[in-house]
Design a protein around this ligand. Sequence first.
Ligand code: B12
Length: 245
Amino acid sequence: MKEKNMPADYTRKIKEKIIGWGADLVGVADTSPLKALQVDPPDLLDPFVRAVSIAVRLPAAVFEMISDRPIPIYVSVYQTANRLLDDIAFRAAAMLQNDGFYSLPIPASQVLDRKNWQAAITHKAVARTAGLGWQGKNLLLITPRYGSGVRLVTVLTDAPLTADIPVKNRCGKCTLCRDACPVGAIKGVSTEDHYKDRDEALYFSRCADKLSEEFAKLPDIGVPVCGICIKVCPFGRKRKSYGKF
Ligand code: B12
């Protein structure tokens, strides 16, 4: 295939398709630094040189409606975003495969290890390595334009796409997420690069227990969501961030 010798043009074509299918952000990570991650199965990354990170933005208005607990409309947009992301990732993997590249879509929101709350791979680490944003004090991926109000998905591939580079952490001295967390789960620790484990940033069980034992059991919620540390992040709250281009 001619395009195999043209990584920059081919990368641009793939990214344009993904944006055309409804994504708001797309980037490409070199998988070498990701090999330090705990993944499931342990050899998951072996065949893949690149990971495509894809984000869709959730409606900012929904976060404005959240005060101290998740609300049913948030659950609905969360589920719709997961379906859209899984659809885009499936199409992207199919397109790469049709072009001759071995590719695997990783589900947006599938937990494989319920005891340790672990997925096949963490989309945040992929997104960070692909330059979509930085890992904020809330442990989430924060994008410069949309804050943490994005959901993520990953497509692993052996296509020699042009890799993007990580962006600098811009949390600075801000502690709004730490101050707003209803269970004081966010420690407010800064990182230049990424946290060595989630306990460095969070009192992890406070967050996981609140979401799974309390919020998920609220009427019309049913899933472990919250949204408060997303709502208060100053990135993405400004009205000027509402346009796409
Ligand atoms: C299990 C899970 C949960 C569990 C556990 C959360 C947790 N912190 O691990 C519970 C139910 C508690 C939860 C809660 C939430 N979740 Co959740 N969750 C997941 C899920 C399914 C798997 C996460 C996982 O495997 N974590 C494993 C740990 C070890 O990884 P980690 O948290 O990323 O942290 C490490 C790495 O990121 C690493 N790292 C970062 N960069 C780099 C780079 C390199 C090179 C390396 C080596 C390492 C590295 O540093 C960290 C420490 O090791 C993902 C989907 C997915 N597949 O990613 C969604 C996901 C992380 N959740 C998400 C969200 C939004 C939430 C909530 C806000 C709930 C909500 N929707 O309202 C809260 C926020 C909690 C918080 N502040 O962390 C989004 C995050 C989007 C974003 N903008 O970042 C995800 C990505 C879902 C999605 N498809 O978008 N979640």
